[in-house]
Structure formats: structure tokens, C-alpha cells
Write a protein that binds this ligand. Structure first.
Ligand SMILES: Nc1ncnc2c1ncn2[C@@H]1O[C@H](COP(=O)(O)OP(=O)(O)OP(=O)(O)O)[C@@H](O)[C@H]1O
Ligand SMILES: [Mg+2]
Length: 336
């Protein structure tokens, strides 16, 4: 059989982190050649590719304001549109929407409707684009968001996107940096369940997370924090330290996880993504708080073998994959 070629288009950081060289060795034993794509050179001269795996988040975000990135993205898109037989993991429009928290929270909201009978939800939130304090306060009340609120930047990629805050009262709302999402904080016993999806497979890893806070407004000052200080495997912060008396909840049921991943896979039309979920300590409801593009799969030793199986399955079923659902069906959310 002719050697199949899989192109990888990743940032230097991502390529080193995932250890692409080791993955290329594994693929080599299965007759698959891994090629590192250089976006600065014409793609056609580096092809042909049967599959392209990419994480172009940096380029997509920078292309909003930078002409060089626009050029790189256009080069990539041109290759993809003129080579319809090349399978792209994952489709650019699906990935692009996850770089914008306004769009990704709409997806989570939609998911909560389709999985209502499975007791899956996403915390209520607001898209904030205005500095008009009275309009924000009024919207928080109207939407019945509960304090504390967690404030996240609209852009979901890059180092700034992990800068967040916990706002404890209407007076603290002026600390929100725009544009952002304000979301009700859900007490979850400081345990985050990171679900990593690779094609048909998924793996769940536990991570530290923010500790519980008393429900309702109080006169505490806004806490600014970086999410990577609280939810990385090695994170150790006063914000994650739980009182020893706090009971530990059982992990989410595998049945519900399977339903959630199945629904999300169909909704996004993506194969490489992660979902962050927490369990509400009061209602035990599985609560989705984040969807990530091509995550790090830290703590998933099966990542390489699963990715290889997925690539082989894609190659086998090429041309028979159903298209993803249309993103046009997302519900409208008022932007402030
Ligand atoms: N609504 C919420 N209620 C309680 N805790 C939350 C909520 N949203 C976020 N958190 C906490 O904040 C952390 C960061 O949130 P989120 O996953 O949205 O940010 P991120 O920086 O995009 O994460 P990632 O590193 O996965 O890209 C979570 O891991 C969790 O500890
Ligand atoms: Mg997260």
C-alpha cells in the first residue's frame, strides 16, 4: 500500500509539548509518514497530505489584526479548499468559534437544552461589551446570575485569556475588564474533571480547581487570578485549598459523560477537543464550564495510540464522514 502522509501544522510550543517526533516514530511503524508543515512556504510544495492535523489558534487570533497572520491563514485555507480529499482535523470554522467565549458559551447553553434529561447544565452567564455599570447590574439581576461571579475574557486563547477574576458584589462589577463573560460561580469542592476527546475515545482526568465560596453578595474585594495557577496538574494555590471537612463527591457517572461527549462531538464536528466539567456540590448536576481546542492531553498515556487509531479510521472511511451540524442553529444571546 502507498505510504500515507499526515501533515501537522502546530506552533513550536505545541509541537514540542506533544512530542511530535515520538508520534512520528509510532506512525512510521504503521506506514504513515508525518510531515511538519511550514506555513511560511507554499503548502502545495509540501504535500500531498491525506490528513492534516492542526492547531492554528495563534494564527487565527492574530489574523484579526495582523496581515502576516492573515496571509498564513489564507495560504492554509487555499490549500484546504483546493484539496477536498485531504481530511482536516479539525474544521477551521468549528475551531474558530471556540476561540470566542461568546460563541462557545452559546454552544454550552445549547448543549444544556439537549442534555436536560441527563441533568447536564452550564452556569448562567452574560456577554459584556459595555462599561455602563447600571446596565451591567440590571442585566445581572434580570438574568438572575448569583454571586460570586467569575469574569473571563471574551478571547479564549493566549496568555491573557487565563486572567480571570471573582467578583463578590454589584460594586465589584466595575473590576470586569471588557469584553468579557460574567458567569455564576458554582461550588464544586475544588475538583475539576477534564475530559479529553480523541475521535471516538475520551478520557477523564481530575485536576485541582477553585475552592467553594459562600453563595450571595458580600463585601469581599475582587480576586484576580490566573486560571493556570489553579487548574494545572501541579497547581497549588490558596484558592484551591479546601477545608478538610468538605465532603468529596463521587465522580460523574460514565453514562452521562458518554452522552455529553457524543452530543458535543456531533455539535462541533470536531475530533480533538476537551471539555472541562465540575459537579455542583448542592445539586450534583454535571456542569460544563469550558470547551478546549486540541488540548494538551496531560495525564492521558493513551493519547498517541488513540490519535493514531483515529487517523487510521479517518483514512479508512475517507469520503463517508457525515458533515457536522450547522452552527447557524445557535440561540440568540443578548450582548451588553
Ligand atoms: N462557573 C464556574 N464555577 C466555578 N469554577 C469555575 C467556573 N468557571 C471556571 N471555574 C474555575 O476556573 C478555572 C478556569 O476556567 P476555564 O476553564 O473557563 O478557563 P481557561 O483558562 O479557559 O481554562 P483552560 O486552561 O482549560 O483553557 C476552572 O478550571 C475552574 O477551576
Ligand atoms: Mg478550562
Amino acid at each position: 500500500m502507498a505510504k500515507r502522509r499526515v501533515g501537522f501544522c502546530l506552533s513550536d510550543k505545541k509541537r514540542k509539548r506533544m512530542n511530535l517526533t515520538a508520534f512520528a516514530d509510532l506512525c512510521g511503524h504503521r506506514g504513515i509518514e508525518v510531515v511538519e508543515i511550514d506555513l511560511c512556504r507554499p503548502m502545495a510544495s509540501q504535500g500531498p497530505f491525506d490528513v492534516i492535523v492542526h492547531k492554528l489558534s495563534d494564527v487565527i487570533v492574530e489574523a484579526e489584526h495582523d496581515s502576516q497572520s492573515q496571509h498564513l491563514l489564507a495560504n492554509f485555507q487555499e490549500y484546504v479548499s483546493t484539496h477536498p480529499d485531504t481530511v482536516l482535523l479539525d474544521p477551521l470554522p468549528a475551531m474558530t468559534q471556540l476561540l470566542d467565549r461568546f460563541a462557545s458559551y452559546r454552544i454550552m447553553n445549547k448543549l444544556q437544552n439537549s442534555l436536560r434529561d441527563r441533568c447536564v447544565c452550564s452556569p448562567p452567564y452574560l456577554e459584556i461589551n459595555t462599561s455602563d455599570q447600571s446596565a451591567i447590574r440590571e442585566a445581572v439581576e434580570r438574568k438572575q446570575l448569583t454571586y460570586p461571579l467569575i469574569c473571563k475574557t471574551r478571547v479564549a486563547h493566549g496568555s491573557r485569556s487565563h486572567e480571570m477574576s471573582l467578583i463578590f458584589s454589584p460594586a465589584g462589577l466595575s473590576d470586569a475588564r471588557l469584553p468579557c463573560v460574567l458567569q455564576s460561580f458554582v461550588n464544586h469542592g475544588a475538583v475539576l474533571h477534564k475530559v479529553f476527546v480523541v475521535g471516538e475515545a475520551h478520557f477523564t482526568v481530575e485536576r485541582p480547581s477553585l475552592k467553594n465560596f459562600p453563595l450571595g453578595p458580600c463585601d469581599r474585594k475582587t480576586i484576580f487570578f490566573n486560571s493556570h495557577e489553579v487548574s494545572k496538574p501541579e497547581s497549588c494555590s490558596h484558592l484551591t485549598a479546601l477545608d478538610e471537612k468538605t465532603p468529596r463527591l463521587p465522580p460523574p457517572s460514565e453514562d452521562v459523560m458518554v452522552a455529553l461527549v457524543r452530543e458535543l462531538r456531533a455539535e462541533l464536528g470536531m475530533a480533538l477537543f476537551g471539555v472541562d466539567v465540575i459537579v455542583n456540590i448542592d445539586t450534583r448536576t454535571l456542569t460544563i464550564i469550558d470547551i478546549n481546542i486540541f488540548p494538551g492531553y496531560e495525564g492521558v498515556p493513551q493519547f498517541f495510540s488513540s490519535l493514531l487509531s483515529h487517523i487510521e479510521s479517518v483514512l479508512e472511511h475517507r469520503g463517508t464522514v457525515p458533515p457536522p451540524r450547522s452552527p447557524a442553529a445557535l440561540p440568540h444571546q443578548a450582548v451588553l
